[in-house]
Design a protein around this ligand. Structure first.
Ligand code: SPQ
Length: 427
């Protein structure tokens, strides 16, 4: 499709779509809890709908009246063998977290997804779950999907030092650990998003967190809750950057979730000299607020270490931001980007360079030399929603030529109303 280009001002207010990570987990906790869970502001993006369908296939009654999702949980033992293989679509969160839940269920489940899921590493989840007593197998003796998992009611607790900083791996182990008999201890490599830990408490369970050390006792039972999902800072990120780099702009983003494990992009914008204000508002379950950005002069910075998991999904759009900053920006310690929906290090460098950026891909990140004007080109999202949205924001700066995006449909994975929201800012 041809992207919107050559915008000289963006102004307005956007209600950010609901948080993807929290939407997935609200269905999962609803399904394993006893009693009814209601979910308001559920994200009806493709990924979260894959999670919803997967739990329906596992025998959980889930209704959607168009406003509220209602999950009728019957505890872990309410999950029943699925008649067919579960299709997780494009969603890494669905396949990895569901494996932790299925590790404690005494039946076999097959899981598959799209061509991107078939390339995402699964040993990071399969190895710890296998050591707890589940039997997980990848396709053709590899670690890649389609996968088979046979769970057991006799899961052993685990003491596990995580080799990667990953909220998905941590969450999968937590879902298994809450079904095991005894105490499990998980040590994180770096602190990652903690929505699973928050929901354990919210659904009436217990968990102890001391910095990077997590202790959880199993078995635990959970009670159905009323959940309201806040807006997703990872979706807000595209319009934060749009407002900072497009001339004459002022954009307000309402109801953005501000869990501190997710707000690394705000720190980066401030360090680069961007004008951003954060106004916290009351939200039922999670910290949230209004973020306002205005067009800014930016400077290059270094981004690495503990902040990386706090902005891992924002790195493609941060790379675009850096192309419009004076000087060099270095992103390091971000090798996890290579195993997302696509290799995001290569994709960002290749596609933005086609548009005139000066970006060097490295083993664990990117070196971005700014400030560079951008021009028209034929680009692709590689089927990765975040690459697709980043390229649309880049196109806004293009004055000459057009930007043609291949595989734009991937954007509906996390932000189905992305183009409609963008449209509101220049009408
Ligand atoms: O679900 P999926 O496909 O893995 O989604 C992504 C994304 O960009 O939306 C990653 F590609 O987000 C992950 C995130 O990178 C969602 C997530 C979570 O909800 O727990 C955690 C992060 O992944 P990881 O591998 O670091 O645990």
């Amino acid at each position: 499709m041809e992207l919107v280009s050559n915008k000289t001002a963006l102004n307005g207010i956007i209600n950010v779509p609901s948080d993807k990570s929290i939407s997935h987990r609200s269905i999962m906790f609803g399904a394993i809890a006893e009693g009814t869970t209601t979910i308001k502001n559920f994200l009806r993006g493709d990924d979260c709908l894959s999670t919803l369908k997967a739990f329906q296939d596992l025998g959980v009654k889930i209704e959607d009246d168009g406003t509220v999702i209602t999950v009728y949980g019957n505890g872990f033992s309410g999950l029943q063998p699925a008649n067919e293989a579960l299709n997780v679509g494009n969603s890494g969160t669905t396949i990895r977290l569901i494996m932790g839940i299925l590790a404690g269920r005494p039946f076999t489940t097959k899981l598959f997804g799209d061509h991107s899921i078939a390339k995402r590493p699964m040993n990071r989840v399969m190895l710890p779950l296998n050591s707890m007593g589940a039997v997980c197998q990848g396709h053709d003796h590899t670690e890649f999907p389609p996968l088979t998992i046979t769970g057991t009611e006799k899961l052993q607790p685990i003491a596990y030092e995580m080799p990667v900083a990953s909220a998905q791996v941590k969450s999968a182990i937590l879902f298994a650990a809450m079904q095991a008999h005894g105490e499990s201890v998980i040590i994180e490599k770096e602190k990652t998003r903690d929505h699973t830990e928050d929901m354990i408490r919210q659904f009436g369970g217990t968990i102890d967190v001391f910095g990077k050390e997590i202790r959880i006792q199993g078995p635990q039972t959970f009670i159905g809750q009323e959940i309201t999902v806040p807006g997703d800072i990872s979706s807000a990120a595209f319009f934060l950057v749009a407002g900072l780099i497009t001339p004459n702009s002022n954009i307000q983003l309402k109801n953005v979730g501000l869990n501190p494990t997710r707000t690394g992009i705000i720190d980066v914008i401030e360090q680069m000299g961007g004008t951003i204000t954060v106004e916290e508002t009351a939200h039922a379950d999670n910290k949230a607020g209004t973020l306002t950005v205005t067009t800014s002069q930016l400077n290059g910075i270094e981004i690495g270490g503990e902040i990386i998991p706090r902005l891992i999904d924002e790195l493609p759009i941060i790379a675009l931001l850096a192309t419009q900053a004076e000087g060099t920006t270095i992103i390091r310690d971000a090798e996890e980007l290579k195993v997302k929906e696509t290799n995001r290090i290569d994709a960002v460098a290749k596609e933005l360079n086609k548009m005139g950026a000066n970006i060097e891909p490295t083993e664990d990140g990117l070196i971005i030399h700014g400030k560079t004007p951008l021009h028209g080109a034929k680009v692709t999202s590689y089927g990765d929603h975040r690459i697709g949205m980043m390229l649309q924001i880049a196109a806004l700066l293009v004055k000459e030529g057009t930007v043609e995006l291949e595989k734009a449909e991937a954007i509906s994975v996390s932000y189905p109303s992305f183009f409609t929201d963008l449209n509101k800012l220049y009408q």
